[in-house]
Design a protein around this ligand. Structure first.
Ligand SMILES: [Zn+2]
Length: 80
């Protein structure tokens, strides 16, 4: 059976264009997975966190910026 396509994530890391594709393959013990053009791959038991993980991998710089922004917001809230 052919793996079922779920999503494609275009991004950039290590100075090069990268594309990750997430799929579902019912024949594997961990059916949900994404594979990047750089060779990296990650498998999951459920689709929980699949999109986030693939997006994070293809957008490391944006992810860092978002994380810092969130940390700043949390700090502001906690000091109030
Ligand atoms: Zn990659």
């Amino acid at each position: 059976m052919k793996p079922l396509w779920i999503g494609t994530y275009h991004g950039r890391h290590d100075g090069t264009q990268a594309t990750a594709t997430s799929t579902r393959d019912g024949t594997r013990p961990e059916p949900y997975a994404w594979t990047c053009t750089c060779g990296a791959t990650q498998a999951f038991l459920t689709d929980y966190g699949l999109d986030r993980s693939a997006w994070r991998h293809t957008h490391p710089t944006l992810w860092d910026q978002l994380r810092q922004k969130a940390a700043r917001l949390l700090r502001t809230r906690n000091t109030r």
